[in-house]
Ligand binder design. Structure first.
Ligand SMILES: O=C(O)CCC(=O)C(=O)O
Ligand SMILES: [Mn+2]
Length: 220
């Protein structure tokens, strides 16, 4: 058993079958009562920052706010920048345990994104940085406004899926999903309220996981 595996039986959720991917969706992982309180607390207490990202070969402000949280050793390099983690707020420690129970995986970090309105988004990319290991398991919890999330195969567009990530839903991506697919949360012209996404991850301390070299042309 690797150190990111939790010794508890996983729940199935709604499984999407795509070659090489492992995808499970839990539409009502949290209740509406829970999500409202959590949304307000995270919105008001996390240190939200607009990171710089590389898009179309140019440095620009990311179209969303973010906060990187985790155990002290969990520094994470993405979009060319090294992010040192903020400590876990108590609400996210509690949530992490519930997510570990349903996924049977362990998580030592979480990337929080705040999409202020429909103009905020994340472009096509895969979460395939070397610190995430060869087959990253990512549990992605959504709070607030529902947004469309799309996933497509790197080479064959016929292999495609999308979900409405509604308030309180959890999308679990594992196995070869990040190696073979990219995902995006597109902009929308429809009026939408704010949304928070929490993607729980396992960061391998450097040297602990043999990783491949990732060629990244992703636009974030
Ligand atoms: O907001 C989402 O649902 C996706 C976020 C995402 O893919 C990321 O932060 O890597
Ligand atoms: Mn992602």
């Amino acid at each position: 058993m690797s150190n990111d595996t939790c010794p508890i039986a996983a729940s199935a959720g709604i499984v999407t079958i795509l070659p090489g991917a492992e995808l499970r969706f839990f539409p009502e992982f949290l209740t509406v009562g829970e999500t409202g309180v959590l949304f307000d607390e995270l919105c008001n207490t996390l240190t939200w920052t607009q990171h710089q990202v590389c898009m179309f070969g140019r440095e620009m402000a990311a179209p969303r706010l973010s906060c990187w949280i985790g155990d002290p050793q969990c520094s994470y390099r993405y979009s060319g920048q090294l992010h040192t983690p903020q400590p876990w707020p108590e609400v996210l420690r509690v949530l992490r345990v519930r997510i570990e129970e349903v996924t049977a995986k362990r998580f030592n970090s979480v990337l929080a994104n705040l999409y202020r309105d429909g103009a905020d988004s994340i472009g096509w990319h895969a979460d395939n940085e070397s610190e995430l290991g060869l087959e990253p398991s990512i549990a992605s919890l959504s709070l607030g406004a529902a947004r469309r999330f799309c996933l497509r195969h790197r080479h064959d567009p016929a292999y495609y899926a999308e979900w409405w990530l509604t308030d309180g839903s959890l999308l679990y991506m594992a196995g070869g999903t990040q190696a073979h697919y990219r995902h995006t949360l597109p902009k929308t012209r429809k009026p939408v309220g704010p949304r928070i996404n929490l993607s729980f991850r396992w960061i391998f301390p450097s040297g602990q996981e043999i990783s491949t070299f990732h060629i990244s042309t992703d636009q974030q």
